[in-house]
Design a protein around this ligand. Structure first.
Ligand SMILES: [Zn+2]
Length: 197
């Protein structure tokens, strides 16, 4: 096999989600075979992303601008916030085009066993947004897992004093990072079928 540069490339690629050592070798080979067309553009895109992408202080989304593109869009319903577990869920809902309001990325779910408590979640910016007023509904789109349900329950009690309507998406939807695998129709149905929490 090749020199240390190639080994290093394969090693780093192998750390990407979804890529094992074998697919990392295949990816490296594909990139190295076309350095000008593939390897350099990818390296440049990565460098640019590393330099510009940051976490939106308002909602927790990843974007090269802060507030992010979603938060800065005046055409979105400012009174409607959809709370999701991760940025992947936000992107899935955006791709499906089923939510016309704003988002809030919680950054995880409560897990007493995993040692994740309320202080580990991105909560205070959400409370600040509710305190600032103008939010009439918060949709909780968290996982159908035990942790998701626990977080949902805890969050609806925590947010109740704000006066906003707290609703949750239709049950049986495997969210919490798994929104990605749902087709757009299912996502839309889940969001439409929300009910008071
Ligand atoms: Zn944002």
């Amino acid at each position: 096999m090749g020199g240390p540069e190639i080994e290093r490339l394969i090693e780093l690629l192998g750390k990407l989600p979804g890529l094992g050592p074998r697919s990392a070798r295949r990816a490296a080979l594909g990139l190295l075979r076309q350095p000008q067309a593939r390897l350099l553009p990818l390296a440049n895109a990565m460098e640019q992303a590393a330099r510009t992408v940051r976490t939106c202080a308002r909602c927790g989304n990843l974007d090269s601008r802060d507030p992010c593109t979603v938060c800065s869009d005046p055409n979105r319903d400012q009174g409607l916030i959809c709370v999701v577990e991760g940025v992947g869920d936000l992107w899935a809902l955006e791709r499906a085009g089923v939510h016309r309001g704003l988002y809030h990325v919680l950054g995880g779910t409560l897990s007493p066993l995993g040692g994740i408590g309320p202080e580990d979640l991105n909560l205070s910016p959400l409370l600040a947004r509710l305190e600032a007023g103008g939010v009439r509904e918060v949709i909780l789109a968290l996982g159908a897992t035990v942790e998701g349900a626990t977080t949902q329950h805890w969050l609806s009690e925590r947010l109740a004093p704000s006066g906003a309507t707290i609703s949750r998406v239709g049950q049986g939807v495997p969210m919490g990072g798994a929104l990605d695998v749902l087709d757009d129709g299912t996502l839309a149905a889940a969001l439409m079928a929300r009910r008071a929490s």
